[in-house]
Design a binder for this molecule. Sequence first.
Ligand code: IMP
Length: 420
Amino acid sequence: MSVTAIVGMQWGDEGKGKVVDFLVKDADVVLRYQGGSNAGHTVVLNGKKYIFHLLPSGMLYADKVCIIGDGVVVDLPLLVEEYSALKKEVKDVGDLKISELAHLVMPYHKLIDELEEGRRGSQKIGTTKRGIGPAYADKAERTGIRIGDILRPALFEEKLRRVLDRKNEIIAKIYGGTPLNFKEIRDLYLGYTDFLKDKVCNTVYLLRSLIDEGKSILLEGAQGTLLDITYGTYPYVTSSHPISGGACIGAGISPKDIDEVIGVLKAYTTRVGMGPFPTEMEDPLGSLIREKGGEFGATTGRPRRCGWLDGVMMRYSVKINGIDRIALTKLDVLSGLEKVKVCVAYKVGGKLTEEFTPFLDDVSPVYEELDGWSGDISKAKSFDELPSEAKRYIEFIEEISGCKVFFIGVGPGREEVILR
Ligand code: IMP
């Protein structure tokens, strides 16, 4: 029995899906606490690949309770599609529960996300265009519509009418776009009541009772620490809190409830979208890692930018999240390189610092170079079976992060993992 938060330590795409999938076997409950369909968590079962955008990663197991928490923004048509597609493939899926407090990503959010990105031109953020920012903005502006509202049709209709009038004015007058049809949206959403009625509940009480019963709970973060709206590389961030503190807000629990925080760290760094990236490799090596690591967005298919591991950023992540242990992913992708580099400090205005700053524009990385290793490491079953240089790389990560690396991903498959 324990409550474990799983967070991404970089700019997302660290391989959280695989780590959650591994940990889920011993868990009773998996809860997604923030983000929305901008996430794409890949899990592989019996050689088949599943990408979950909204469903918690435990959905492949019939005996798990899977909760979409209060802090998530839900694109309901997409959730229904994802759930139905999974049900077709896997007969007995997890028991899905959805917070009545979770906000909806509405069609106008997606449209405005796209139109606003277009308007930003060269200043664009590079969002996933899934309506995430506009949905969280409405939540803060108190014009959002929640999952629980759909089960109160008169209230839903009244809220939708009011909000849509205003959104259509913005869509037409500011962006020159085509206004959306009230009746179509109302009918579509009210048509989901059957799907929702046995799944929507007050997940605060549900989770509380599961914790009190001594169940094992995984709190599954989406995106990563450096995409956090406050602590990330603003404005090139998402609109929620992927950090461990966000797990409390997005699940409705106390910080005292969390027993352990596991950080997921990729052996190198990637980012999608715009924004500064000190260790980026804009050379053939970056392309090689992209190809070898399959670094193309699970949600948008966009090529991810690739770079060396940033140790300064990693330490910042350890502090902000209170990381206890690290799950290191994709170590195999670095095999075959003569040298591997890790950024250990930043030079900012001629001064050396080991402190991270989200104001990354005038930062240059200072590297420590380590020997690389070669050969296929995907069959290694223990730490000792790894080449000595790969072991040194892991120990170096432990030295500079102050955390134990307990999980080492050496290939994409479920069993391609070394545990320590
Ligand atoms: P948004 O979350 O769609 O608003 O996008 C904001 C920024 O976060 C963009 O740079 C996206 O590429 C990035 N982002 C959002 N979700 C993910 C993710 O799951 N993995 C990696 N980057 C993401």
